[in-house]
Write a protein that binds this ligand. Sequence first.
Ligand SMILES: [Zn+2]
Ligand SMILES: [Zn+2]
Length: 312
Amino acid sequence: MLQSTGFYSPAWADIASLWYATTKGEYAPERNALVRVWQPEFDVILRQAMEEHGAFVLAWLDDVAKTIKRRHHVNISQICRYYEYFLLTRLYAQADTRKMWLDSFLKHREQTYICGFCGKEQLCVEIHPSHLRRFGVRPCVCRACHQAMRNHPGLNAGALKRLQELMAHVSEPRECVCCGSSFSLEKDAFTTGPYYPCRYSLYFVNLYANVCGDCYHRAYMDNRPQGDEPRDIHLTSLQEFSRVFHREPQLDVEKDIAGLEDLSAMGTLFALYRHFRSVEGYEREFGTLDNAFERAGCPAATGERPEASDAD
Ligand SMILES: [Zn+2]
Ligand SMILES: [Zn+2]
């Protein structure tokens, strides 16, 4: 029974082995400091939390610490960084609270809820504690969908529909339109570009084209080692960009996404960015950026681009 993954099983952090009570390692000094100030009244507060929340008590241990601080002026979270381990170990070591925990875990371990956004059925015992605190044991949306929607507050109805579709199939393999590799987006709810603020997360890009994490990051960063790929491809990509988009690239992927008239060109944009250097990179390879544009035959460099086109 204790094999179950998830935050609320006594197997979590190996609490059931009671290792934390006897370990002599790095955890011992803080644990001992907490043992020295622990009072029987604290056990009453801890027990009440178990009675109220059962196996989900982990999500509420912060409240236990706050109550102890308020009533007894002892700040257990400051005394012991891993006070959660301490509290859980205490709950599991005592027969009555252990029974409450196990009974509650058995009752809930197969309980599921359905996310109102992606429609997937998920185990309640796998809800992240911070999400559970906020939305309860049967949240209206799963944590990944909640995060995805929070990352993209301004989506119009069409894009929201695409996001919903993406979340519903987030763990399915996709083929990257840039490099052809197979990938899934399951663990990428928080993946964004390296600069803050990042307007377009990996999920946003994938609303319009299958672009893997590597190709996404590559578009944001120019960290190509010297001689990583032939210089020619850096020029032919510029050439191809101006042929497709009738302008030269800004060499800033966020600006170029913002400039797309049709987001269905997202895949083409990232495929080209795969072989772009940064401005500094082009300067290193071709002396100046203008020189690179000229050699690539871009319209601005060859004087064919009308001046007013910035205002288009
Ligand atoms: Zn969901
Ligand atoms: Zn790729």
